[in-house]
Write a protein that binds this ligand. Structure first.
Ligand SMILES: CCCCCCCCCCCCCCCCCCCCCC(=O)SCCNC(=O)CCNC(=O)[C@H](O)C(C)(C)COP(=O)(O)OP(=O)(O)OC[C@H]1O[C@@H](n2cnc3c(N)ncnc32)[C@H](O)[C@@H]1OP(=O)(O)O
Ligand SMILES: Cc1cc2nc3c(=O)[nH]c(=O)nc-3n(C[C@H](O)[C@H](O)[C@H](O)COP(=O)(O)OP(=O)(O)OC[C@H]3O[C@@H](n4cnc5c(N)ncnc54)[C@H](O)[C@@H]3O)c2cc1C
Length: 667
């Protein structure tokens, strides 16, 4: 019997699970990277469940901000006391899973320590600095964050205002915030928890500005935790989500740090103030590239969770009686419900598989950089920026669709949707605002188009389609015979067309206006080109992964992958119809393909989401509970409300009581 079925479960959800046409365990192993990975996930889960230190006193939704920070700090300290339970080198797999189980969706005071402070030390220090700082950071004898964004500038790093001016007479840098807008603003854990930070500041030496560079800076006294003299910092207040994190502000008043505080793997300042430039000017941005690449898995996990909650709830929720007298039906049987939820599930899969690809590519980059080879950097920068933008946007929209699909209960925090959304949607902004990141991809695409036009193209595989000749009309005849190659060919056509459309618009504008105005006037089309480039990549990665799946899994997953592709095509049919590339009847065929996929997925939907292997502990959703007994659980969940501590609350005595009494006396 499936591990997902237990006595006492809701009958509808049990029936769904019994209808599975594939082995859920095999599917889970395939999704997560093999039997061994799955076994390790279960061991980590058992460990977390068995450890009382990781329990929340009540669901975190009911805690105040201060209680959230305190509870999160308590748990993350316990969690990182026990990192021997996981393979510490497997950040992407075991690290992220462990932290998700223990910490949920509330980032915590050590988030940035692990996500950016440690990786920056690993990636940007010279050997001597690494020996000095890394052991302290790993042991947690210091806690650090990544302080780059300022009140006035987040995107445009070249205009950061914090200065680090080298003083050769003392061999120190002087950190200073010359204006209010120079205040660092946003860094996670900066407000109250960190005592160190990687501070990104404009480097001045010998009277010249050398641009933004990273420095390791002590912010608080190691014993008293009081801010150092010349350092002013605090919490920036409540946010849309991640309120367990004390995101902070920071100002310097001529604060002196030693020369060796500048991270010197790539750029250096010698004792006399001579500056040595890095091999590639953007090597200092490496940690951002790392985070963008791990964000893809994180976002996929959030969307997968939302789709799991919506699917399970839709299987137990009955509403409406199409045939009067036959009883109400499961809302999952409505085609409109399937159309709302299943594409989100398909997206989550597409994003997860792309996350594996970008992880592998990032590992290759790290290896190449150790040999001083920076060739892969522009490609990975473009891909990670593009994926980060498209994936976080679609994830946010997808979560909202899943929430809406659960009706009124979706609006309650019991559903977990508000937490999931609040957490995930931050990804549209942090690590580079999405539109700005799409425009970075566009720079890469414009170069590829330029090379193609000049006939000198030697393009990387990822944009090889730009220089292909391609067909003038789609070869689709019927949806049943629409092959993976044909689907990719059609998407390549639209992506290529949009790339050249934007490129030509840019070139034309350049003949009349200044280059920066030409770029601005073409930027909407350029961003669209980037989106198509990324969507093509996502579809290709997904279809190719499924093509290689074992036969028993492939026969299910092919419908999910095709739904992903067909949904993209049918919802942007105008692009495919342009210049008669596709005919209206071909679009109709693809729409039919969408409906066929929905029908194929319907009977196995619950088992498909089970295969993502979310435990209730990780989902933290009353609506998405494994057992499907949602109504009892909702009533129980509501008992945690602070307002339910007494039958009559003080506001009655103070306001409502006198109001009604007064009104009664006047009647
Ligand atoms: C072990 C157990 C423990 C386990 C614990 C486990 C814990 C696990 C937890 C797991 C859960 C994790 C989930 C995540 C949570 C996240 C939390 C939130 C974190 C949020 C942090 C932040 O939010 S932190 C700030 C990020 N802030 C940005 O992100 C600024 C964007 N802004 C820019 O990034 C630049 O400003 C921008 C636009 C590029 C222009 O930069 P610019 O002006 O310098 O450059 P230009 O535009 O002039 O470009 C000149 C040429 O450089 C090229 N280029 C540019 N960048 C390049 C690059 N990186 N690599 C190569 N090339 C690059 C470009 O493409 C041009 O190339 P070309 O010339 O050939 O065309
Ligand atoms: C939850 C969260 C956590 C964060 N954590 C950290 C952290 O730990 N450390 C840290 O240093 N920072 C952190 N940040 C800051 C984050 O990195 C920045 O907010 C982000 O890089 C965007 O910069 P901005 O806020 O200045 O937006 P802006 O750059 O002001 O963007 C505002 C608007 O202007 C548009 N725009 C800006 N420039 C251009 C352009 N060149 N072309 C076209 N449009 C443009 C954008 O697209 C956007 O629509 C965090 C932010 C959030 C929300």
């Amino acid at each position: 019997m499936s591990r997902w079925i237990q006595n006492g479960d809701n009958v509808d959800i049990t029936k769904e699970r019994k209808n599975a046409t594939f082995n859920t365990e095999r599917m889970s192993a395939w999704i997560h990277g093999g039997d061994e990975v799955l076994k390790r996930r279960r061991e980590i889960l058992d460990y977390v469940k068995s450890n009382p230190d990781f329990k929340d006193p009540i669901p975190v939704e009911f805690l105040s901000r201060e209680e959230r920070v305190s509870n999160g700090t308590r748990k993350i300290v316990k969690m990182t006391d026990n990192t021997d339970q996981i393979d510490g080198a497997d950040f992407f797999g075991e690290g992220m899973y462990f932290q998700s189980l223990v910490m949920g969706r509330d980032l915590h005071p050590l988030s940035l320590h692990y996500i950016m402070f440690l990786p920056t030390l690993q990636g940007q220090t010279d050997d001597e600095q690494l020996d000095e700082w890394l052991p302290k950071a790993i042991a947690r004898s210091i806690v650090g964050t990544y302080a780059q964004t300022e009140l006035g500038h987040g995107t445009n790093l070249s205009k950061l205002e914090t200065t680090a001016t080298y003083d050769p007479s003392t061999q120190e840098f002087v950190l200073h915030s010359p204006t209010i807008t120079a205040a660092k603003w946003w860094p996670g854990g900066l407000g109250k928890s960190s005592n160190h930070a990687i501070v990104v500041a404009q480097l001045y030496t010998k009277g010249q500005c050398k641009g933004p560079h990273p420095f390791i800076v002590q912010l608080r006294d190691l014993e008293t935790h009081k801010p150092m003299k010349g350092v002013r910092l605090g919490d920036i207040g409540p946010k849309l989500g991640i309120n367990g994190s004390d995101n902070g502000f920071l100002l310097f008043d001529k604060y002196r740090i030693p020369r060796k505080a500048m991270l010197m793997r790539y750029s250096k300042v010698q004792p006399d103030g001579t500056y040595i430039a890095p091999a590639h000017s953007k090597l200092g941005y490496g940690t951002m590239v790392f985070v963008r690449s791990i964000m893809i898995k994180d976002q996929a996990t959030q969307l997968g969770a939302a789709a799991t909650i919506a699917t399970r709830y839709s299987a137990v929720r009955r509403q409406g009686e199409p045939v009067v007298g036959n009883g109400e039906i499961q809302i999952l049987d409505y085609q409109t419900q399937q159309y709302r939820v299943f594409p989100q599930l398909a997206r989550a899969f597409a994003f997860l598989f792309a996350a594996y690809e970008i992880r592998d590519l990032y590992l290759r980059l790290t290896e190449e950089l150790t040999h001083g080879n920076t060739e892969l950097l522009p490609e990975i920068h473009a891909l990670s920026s593009g994926l980060k933008s498209v994936v976080s946007w679609d994830t946010a929209q997808g979560i909202e669709q899943c929430r809406l699909s659960c009706g009124g209960h979706g609006y309650s925090q019991a559903s977990a949707f508000p937490e999931i959304y609040g957490y995930a949607v931050g990804g549209c902004t942090y690590e580079g605002e999405n539109l700005v990141m799409l425009l970075q991809v566009a720079r890469y695409l414009v170069k590829a188009a330029e090379e193609t036009r000049k006939g000198t193209s030697n393009l990387a595989e990822i944009c090889g389609y730009i220089s292909k000749t391609g067909r003038r009309t789609s070869s689709l005849t019927s949806i049943a015979n629409y092959t993976t190659d044909q689907i990719i060919e059609d998407l390549e056509h639209v992506a290529r067309k949009q790339v050249f459309h934007a490129y030509d618009k840019l070139k034309k504008a350049q003949q009349h206006v200044k280059p920066e105005d030409a770029w601005n006037q073409s930027s909407v089309e350029l961003a669209k080109a980037s989106r198509w480039h990324v969507r093509l990549y996502l579809v290709k990665t997904f279809l190719k992964k499924v093509d290689k799946a074992p036969e028993d899994l492939k026969k299910v997953m092919i419908h999910v992958a095709r739904l992903y592709a067909f949904d993209i095509i049918s919802s942007s049919s105008g692009n495919f119809l342009e210049e008669g590339y596709m005919r209206p009847d071909q679009i109709t065929e693809i729409k039919e393909g969408v409906y066929e996929c929905l029908a194929k997925i319907r009977p196995v939907a619950v088992s498909l989401v089970d295969s993502w292997d979310y435990d209730d502990l990780e989902l933290k959703s009353v609506l998405g509970k494994r057992d499907g007994n949602v109504y009892e659980a909702l009533l129980q969940w509501a008992q945690n409300s602070q307002l339910n501590k007494s039958d009559v609350i003080p506001t009655f005595e103070k306001y409502l009581g006198p109001m009604m009494k007064d009104a009664r006396s006047k009647l």
